[in-house]
Write a protein that binds this ligand. Structure first.
Ligand code: CAA
Length: 257
């Protein structure tokens, strides 16, 4: 199942996926999640694509959450199934072997905030707003928001945001570590692409290993995480990029990855 509300644009090494249902503030449906899986399969296989940017269509929203109309039809089994589907796709974004940047152009609420938290880097427009308002609907975050938010901003702030359901602005989100940086709305995609292009100058295999080390290492205790890092560090030495990067340094030239 794919979703007409997802747009894919490729521009050299950059691929941009746009959540494109602005009439419903890009709310996430079952079809959107299956559509994301299809696009991620395609982008993983496409060797030309080095970085993926996710953004929302329209001026108002990145994603205003899971589709509340759909939530209204669910029983407990259906709710678990929806949550597990969403978690599978967000886990896939987090484990994607290429960097994924969220360019957050407006509301990132509920499932929208949860999906953004699965990305490697979050850049927010100054007009963006963040929140986990699920308790106002009598539910809790179900797309692993309780877990990722607490890991990103700490347990106390996560509880404040989840228990109050209140929105915070982009500057506050940046201050607490929920987003990496805040930029003017009209420069959002430009800034996301500029950061992506800096990543493209570097070794794709090294970035893949670094992402793996940070994400998986952080789930281990320090000693095991450091050991895991050493194993991935060793793997780098089996790659052509390592030979090229070190040779380029010795030969006082720019590396070509
Ligand atoms: N699901 C479905 N439709 C949504 C939606 C959502 N999450 N958010 C907004 N929409 C729809 C509205 O129903 C409205 O549709 P109609 O024009 O057909 O009435 C349209 O988008 C525009 O929204 P508003 O008229 O409400 O716009 P606004 O500017 O007045 O308010 C808003 C914007 C504050 C974001 C408000 O839309 C809102 O509160 N949305 C819901 C936010 C929310 O609760 N998100 C969490 C959902 S639960 C979740 O995500 C599940 C999970 O974690 C597991």
């Amino acid at each position: 199942m794919t979703d007409a509300n997802l747009l894919l644009q490729k521009d050299g090494a950059l691929a941009t996926i746009t959540f494109n249902n602005p009439k419903a503030l890009n709310a996430l449906t079952v079809a959107t999640f299956y559509g994301m899986e299809t696009l991620l399969d395609e982008l993983e296989q496409d060797a030309d694509v080095r970085v993926v940017i996710l953004t929302g269509a329209g001026d108002k929203a990145f994603i205003a959450g899971g589709d509340i109309c759909h939530l209204g039809t669910l029983d407990a089994d259906g709710a678990r199934e929806f949550a597990l589907l969403a978690q599978r796709v967000i886990d896939r974004i987090e484990a994607f072997p290429k960097p994924v940047i969220a360019a957050i152009n407006g509301y990132a609420l509920g499932g929208g905030c949860e999906l953004a938290m699965g990305c490697d880097v979050r850049i927010a427009a100054d007009s963006a707003k963040f929140g986990q308002p699920e308790v106002k609907l009598g539910i809790i975050p179900g797309f692993a928001g309780t877990q990722r938010l607490a890991r990103l901003v700490g347990k106390g702030k996560a509880k404040e945001l989840v228990f109050t359901g209140e929105m915070i602005g982009a500057e506050e989100a940046c201050r607490i570590g929920l987003v990496n940086r805040v930029v003017a709305r009209d420069r959002l995609l430009e800034e996301a692409r500029a950061m992506a292009l800096k990543m493209c100058d570097n070794s794709a295999s090294a970035i893949k290993f670094a992402k793996d080390a940070i994400d998986n290492g952080l789930e281990m205790d320090f000693a095991h995480g450091a050991r895991y890092e050493a194993d991935l560090f060793a793997l780098c030495f089996t790659t052509a990029d390592c030979k090229e990067g070190i040779s380029a340094f010795m030969e006082k030239r720019l590396a070509k990855f």
